[in-house]
Design a protein around this ligand. Structure first.
Ligand code: 8YV
Length: 322
């Protein structure tokens, strides 16, 4: 009989998934308030979870570590160079969250354009005594120009909604041209500056990397239309938040819909004082169905990796070739 491998669960996981893991592995749940590095010290073979930075400081003591299974598509929380050096596999959960995240991007576009939150608050405050003046009108979404910054899977799902649901013209920028999507969506490629200048709605959907950190700053915001609406469902650090606050305060752009922020969790921000901001607490994938699918996929990835099989989605498959 072979020894069971050890798995640490960093987040709350559905009970049936914990039990499924416990069938094959010795499972430890990170306790609230417990020290992460200490919990990961010793013969830990697999880690599953999300929303935490994992690098040398946290992982140095996990000398047997084989795999980290993140319950997310993004992997900017992980020190990939370090994992590669150590030969630790990182798996993630793309695809299952694509449509849900695109739904949220559209929610933010529509909510910001039609001033839903502002007017909901206005209504509840008892202000609706006469007809609504044009001061409270929003702007159209249908028929406008939709700019996608990062035409990957999620970007394409947003673009489809815009093209086929709202008759929008789609522009995009990406690392490479996407002839198939250009064909399907009539999407046109633009360099970043042209994308900024032409978009009525700009959706930020690029992964966070050293290349995209603060990609949108004062200069870039200055290139946007004063009527434009900026939506960020990617990572907060892609936008210089102080510059964004200033642009929104000064009416340099019309509004912003934000799912992500430079620092998370966020309990205080100058953004909260602005009527032309719709802000939600990183809920891109936060539906019951999608979070379940992500957790199942992450469990699956972890099991496959620890059994020596090929996980469904690997960020750094090259570590297995050694
Ligand atoms: C995750 C996300 O839920 O998948 C991603 O990259 O941003 C979200 O879907 C989040 O990272 C978990 O903390």
């Amino acid at each position: 009989m072979s020894m069971k491998k050890n798995v640490v669960i960093l987040n709350r996981l559905a009970q049936d998934l914990v039990e499924r893991l416990a069938n094959n592995f010795n499972v430890t749940q990170l306790q609230p308030g417990a020290d992460l590095a200490q919990t990961l010290t010793g013969p830990v073979h697999g880690v599953i979870g999300a929303g935490r930075q994992l690098g040398p400081a946290e992982l140095a003591g996990a000398s047997e570590l084989e795999v980290i299974s993140t319950i997310s598509v993004g992997y900017d929380n992980y020190d990939l160079d370090y994992l590669n050096e150590r030969g630790v596999l990182l798996t993630n959960t793309p695809d299952v969250l694509t449509e849900t995240t695109a739904d949220l991007a559209f929610t933010l576009m529509l909510t910001a354009a039609r001033r839903i939150v502002e007017l909901d608050n206005w209504l509840r405050a008892g202000n609706w005594r006469a007809g609504l003046g044009s001061d409270y009108f929003g702007c159209d979404v249908h028929g406008k120009t939709l700019g996608i910054l990062g035409l990957g899977n999620i970007g394409a799902a947003i673009a489809r909604r815009g093209r086929f649901g709202f008759g929008m013209q789609v522009l995009y920028t990406a690392n490479s041209r996407k002839p198939d999507l250009e064909q399907e969506l009539g999407a046109q490629y633009r360099e970043l500056d042209a994308l900024l200048a032409e978009s009525d709605f700009l959706c930020v959907v690029v992964p966070l990397s050293e290349r995209t950190r603060k990609l949108i700053g004062q200069r870039e915001l200055g290139l946007m239309k004063s009527s434009a609406i900026l939506v960020n469902i990617a990572r907060g650090q892609i936008i210089d938040e102080a510059a964004l606050v200033e642009a929104l305060q000064q009416g340099q752009i019309r509004a912003a819909g934000l799912d992500v922020f430079e620092r998370e969790p966020l309990s205080e921000s100058p953004l909260f004082a602005l009527n032309n901001v719709v802000a939600v607490p990183h809920i891109g994938s936060a539906t019951h169905e999608t979070r379940r699918a992500m957790a199942e996929l992450a469990v699956c990835n972890l099991e496959l990796a620890l059994q020596g099989d090929t996980p469904l989605h690997m960020v750094n498959p090259q570590v297995r070739e050694r």
